[in-house]
Each structure stands twice: as structure tokens, then as C-alpha cells.
Design a protein around this ligand. Structure first.
Ligand SMILES: Cc1cc2nc3c(=O)[nH]c(=O)nc-3n(C[C@H](O)[C@H](O)[C@H](O)COP(=O)(O)OP(=O)(O)OC[C@H]3O[C@@H](n4cnc5c(N)ncnc54)[C@H](O)[C@@H]3O)c2cc1C
Length: 505
């Protein structure tokens, strides 16, 4: 049976291109304000990088939903919680608390350089050095942080000694865990912004610092979000991609659409258009020769891409894994891992039958971050899967089921990692120039500044506000309380830091 052609948006509708979290958040806040919204998503499911893929069993039935990423929710994800609350999801009921502090300590800690993380100092001194440097970052002036990487900032403030090097390794380790990203080149401003937000949960020791969902993200967040959007009248068209844009001096005049089922079409004189697709997808629709009006507004050429691939490592039995997100010791690929199903409700777990009995297996999710995405993309997936599995095999004696292990490489949805000085490069649209063009996505400008679900939802909200009010304002809840606490503590830093270093020398 041939499905009816998609309902094209009519005049005045807001078109949201991309059904990832950024696009869905824009659609929700626009619709809540009474606008008619159409979401065009090129894929067969919503959620983009925040979602799950169906893994089928031998009979072709869904065996389980395999998450495309860890999907950990730090306590400072205030925009995500706001959106969840707005669609009627009870955050505390659908999540399981994780660690109270994202700790970089423990037997599995490994620096990205492979050096020993304790740097020769006892752990209490190291703790103090690390904590002081976190506070230095939190209270530093943005102008000082902006041009520096986190490593350069720490060196500038504290010199190059072993003690500082040890604290730096802790940052590397923490950032590798929190963001699956290298600290060396990461923007000091982005890291400071993230730590400023961490102060909120850290200042309330009864709260966890992050939570995980009780099951696959598609089931627990994206499907309910889709349902809520449909209920308020948002039109969602899946399998429809924007293949090109036509513009004049004022903005977008037409969208060229393509779909496998219904061929190519053109949508003329659209109303506001929210492009909520990643930079590389933007590059594709802009083609090699982007129209002048777009090229200086959306300068995607200067953004550094990274491919993050997730591998579901299936063990044939249950494995005892650390309870938190950990780095794999001596990993050549800087792999980090998390036992994603440890907190899942039993009915969400993969159905695995062995010798006639239902057996519970461990699925360890491993994330590989490849800063040079292109290099990874030219490798066949199977090779990457093998490279990852052979590293993970060293962790445990329980055999891995290589055939059942699943890899997700997000070729067309790379992550934008923050290099130093990057915050000025994050795109934001000048509406004086492009009247009906709005951007959203985890790589766009917002006070979150780190590619994450929180940034995606925040930028969707910002785009919705811009469509509604003509003003680009960050609606993200302020983190003043955390910063005030950090400022108080940091008044003691110059004195205690100097004293501490003298004592340790
Ligand atoms: C392996 C992995 C693990 C992660 N773990 C976490 C985590 O634990 N916590 C966390 O907060 N974040 C995590 N993230 C990051 C988070 O998933 C992303 O930052 C966020 O989902 C990005 O949302 P987005 O809407 O900006 O982009 P996307 O999710 O990329 O959405 C873009 C959408 O646009 C669609 N699209 C693209 N081109 C077109 C076109 N031409 N026409 C129409 N549609 C188009 C795509 O199909 C996609 O659905 C992880 C990411 C990865 C890859």
C-alpha cells in the first residue's frame, strides 16, 4: 500500500527541519505559543543522536531497543527537565540516580595520554589541587578563559610543575568521562561553563550529580515527546529531507524536499524555517557553493567535527562492571564505557534465550570518540567494531558475543567538539539579514556550550523564542546560585593554593 504524500506546510506555518531533540524542542515551544508547526525529518524515527535503534531477532521481531549513546542526564539539565515536565513526564520516576559526584578517581581512571594519573602525589593533595583548579575555572573571568584551552588556562594560572600536571590529568580524566572528549584542546570557557553548572548538584550532597533512564531513550523520552507533539497538533513528516535551499537578499525563498516514497518537491515562500540539523548536514544542503546570505551567517567551515560511535558489547553472561561511566584502562582509542542496561526495568532488557532458558546478559556500552571524523568514516564499520571489542575483551574473562554486539556510527550526525576560542564561532543567525531563517542544534550558540541533549533542547527553545519575539535570547535557567557558592569558596583559593603548594614542595 502506498502511503499518502506528506502534508506540506501551508503559509504561516513554521517549518522545523530535523527531528532531533533541538528540532523537537523548538516545535514544542512554538506550538505551546499557538503557532502551527511542521517537522520534516529525513529518517524513519525521531530523536536523531538521542534515540535508540531497533535490534531484530532471527525471526525479525524487535529483540530490544539499542540506545545510540549513553544518555546520562546530569542534574544541571534544567532545559531537558523543563521539557520533560511540560509533556507530563515525571523525571524522578523515569530516571535512576547515578553518582553523587562525577568522580575521576578509582581503579579504572586512566589519563588520555596513558600516564599515571596520580602524578606521584598522595590522593588528598591531588584532590585539593584538582578542586582548586575547578574553582579557578568556575570563578575566572570569561575574557581570560575565552582564548585558552583548559590546559593552557591551568598552566597560565599555576605554572608547569608536576603538581599542576597531576591536576590536569584529573581534568582530562573527568572530561573524558563526562563528555567523552579530550581536555587538552578543549575550550577553557566551555569547561568553566560546564563546571559552573555542576556546582548546583554538588552543592546539594543529597542529590545525584547525574541520572540514567530506566530504559531505552526512545521509549522513555522520544516516543512520549512525539506523542505530546502530535496531541497539540504538530505535523510530523518522517522520511522527508530538505535537500537544498533557495534564498534571496532577505532570507529563504524555497526549500527543496526529497523523499524516497514521494520523490522531489519544492516548497515555495515558506514562513519561518528552523534548521535543526547538524553542521555537516547543513553543509550538504548548502552544497559546495553556499548562497552569500548563508555563508557568513552559518560558517560551518570552522567547526571541528568528531565522530562518536557507540558499540553495544554483548556478553554471553552477566558481568560485574563498575557502576559508573569509566575509562577503559590503557585504551588505545580512549574508550569509555557504561553498563547501560544495569538500571533498566526488566521488561526492557534484551530477550536472550540460551539452552531454552531466558538468560540475563550484560550489555556494556562503549563509546569511541574520533576527533578526526573523516579518518574514521573511511574505515569500514566492522573494523572499528573489532578494534573496540578487542580492547574491551581485556576487561573481563566472560566471553563477548561478537555477532550480537552492535555498532552505531553516526556518520551523518557528527558531534561538534569545543576547541579553544570556539565560543565566538558558534553560529547564531542575524535576523536583520536572514528574516525567516533560524538555527538550532547542540552546536549553536547558547549558554550550555557543550554538545549534549541539554544544549540541543536549549537551542531549540532559543530558536522558538526568536521566531515568536524576534529576539535571540537564551532562556536557559540561570545558574547564579552555584556561581555564588563557588565565588564564596574561591575567596580562600589564592591564599590556600599558595600555601598548599609551598607545603607540598
Ligand atoms: C554516542 C553518543 C553518546 C551520547 N551521549 C550523551 C549523553 O550521555 N548525554 C547527553 O546529554 N548527550 C549525549 N550525546 C549527545 C546528544 O545525543 C546530542 O548532543 C543531541 O542529541 C543532538 O541533538 P540535535 O537535535 O542537535 O542533533 P541531531 O540529534 O543530530 O538531530 C538532527 C536531526 O536532523 C535530521 N536531519 C539531518 N539532515 C536532514 C535534512 N537534510 N532534512 C531533514 N532532516 C535532517 C537527522 O536525521 C536528525 O534526526 C551523545 C551523542 C552520541 C553520538
Amino acid at each position: 500500500m502506498v502511503s499518502p504524500p506528506p502534508m506540506l506546510p501551508t503559509e504561516g506555518d513554521v517549518v522545523v527541519v530535523g527531528g532531533g531533540l533541538a528540532g523537537l524542542s523548538a516545535a514544542w515551544y512554538l506550538s505551546a505559543a499557538g503557532r502551527q508547526v511542521t517537522v520534516l525529518e529525513k529518517g524513519a524515527r525521531l530523536g536523531g543522536k538521542a534515540g535508540s535503534e531497533d535490534v531484530l531477532d532471527a525471526e525479525g521481531n524487535r529483540a530490544y531497543r539499542s540506545d545510540h549513546g549513553y544518555h546520562l542526564f546530569p542534574e544541571w539539565y534544567l532545559n531537558v527537565k523543563d521539557l520533560m515536565g511540560a509533556i507530563g513526564l515525571d523525571y524522578d520516576a523515569i530516571t535512576v540516580p547515578g553518582e553523587k559526584f562525577i568522580s575521576s578517581f578509582g581503579t579504572t581512571t586512566q589519563s588520555t595520554t596513558g600516564d599515571k594519573a596520580d602524578g606521584g602525589y598522595g590522593s588528598a593533595a591531588l584532590w585539593l589541587s584538582f578542586l582548586s583548579s575547578v574553582l579557578q575555572l568556575i570563578v575566572a573571568d570569561d575574557d581570560e578563559l575565552r582564548p585558552l584551552s583548559v590546559a593552557e588556562f591551568l598552566e597560565k594560572r599555576n605554572g608547569k610543575g608536576d603538581f599542576v600536571a597531576a591536576a590536569r590529568l584529573r581534568h582530562e580524566s573527568l572530561l573524558l568521562k563526562a563528555l567523552a572528549n579530550h581536555a587538552e584542546s578543549m575550550s577553557a570557557l566551555s569547561v568553566a561553563r560546564m563546571y559552573r553548572r555542576w556546582v548546583i548538584p554538588a552543592s546539594n550532597i543529597l542529590k545525584p550529580s547525574w541520572s540514567a533512564l530506566r530504559g531505552p531513550l526512545q521509549t522513555y523520552f522520544i516516543d512520549p515527546l512525539e506523542k505530546a507533539l502530535l496531541e497539540v497538533g504538530v505535523v510530523i513528516e518522517k522520511g522527508v529531507a530538505v535537500a537544498g535551499l533557495e534564498t534571496d537578499a532577505d532570507g529563504i525563498t524555497a526549500l527543496r524536499l526529497s523523499s524516497n516514497d514521494h520523490g522531489d518537491r519544492r516548497l515555495e515562500t515558506p514562513g519561518p524555517v528552523v534548521l535543526a540539523i547538524p553542521p555537516d548536514a547543513l553543509g550538504l544542503i548548502l552544497g559546495g557553493d553556499p548562497p552569500e546570505i548563508l555563508s557568513d551567517l552559518i560558517d560551518v567551515s570552522r567547526l571541528r567535527m568528531a565522530v562518536m560511535s557507540a558499540v553495544d558489547v554483548h556478553y554471553s553472561d552477566q558481568v560485574k562492571t563498575p557502576g559508573d561511566h569509566f575509562s577503559i584502562p590503557e585504551s588505545q582509542q580512549d574508550l569509555t564505557a557504561y553498563d547501560i542496561t544495569r538500571n533498566w526495568d526488566p521488561e526492557e532488557l534484551p530477550r536472550t534465550v540460551k539452552d531454552g532458558d531466558r538468560v540475563v546478559r550484560t550489555i556494556l556500552q562503549v563509546i569511541a570518540t574520533e576527533p578526526d571524523g573523516l579518518e574514521l568514516l573511511t574505515d569500514p564499520d566492522v573494523e572499528l567494531k573489532d578494534r573496540v571489542l578487542s580492547e574491551v575483551e581485556r576487561l573481563d574473562t566472560v566471553p563477548i558475543d561478537r555477532d550480537a554486539s552492535v555498532i552505531h556510527v553516526n556518520q551523518d550526525a557528527q558531534l561538534f567538539m569545543n576547541d579553544k576560542g570556539v565560543d565566538g564561532r558558534r553560529p547564531q543567525v542575524n535576523h536583520e539579514r536572514a528574516k525567516n531563517l533560524y538555527l538550532a542544534g547542540d552546536y549553536c550558540q547558547s549558554s550550555i556550550d557543550v554538545a549534549s541533549m541539554e544544549a540541543a533542547v536549549a537551542t531549540g527553545r532559543i530558536a522558538a523564542t526568536a521566531v515568536l519575539t524576534g529576539r535571540t535570547v537564551d532562556t536557559a535557567p540561570a545558574v547564579t546560585r552555584g556561581i555564588r557558592i563557588a565565588e564564596k569558596v574561591s575567596r580562600f583559593i589564592p591564599r590556600s593554593w599558595g600555601l598548599l603548594r609551598r607545603v607540598l614542595r
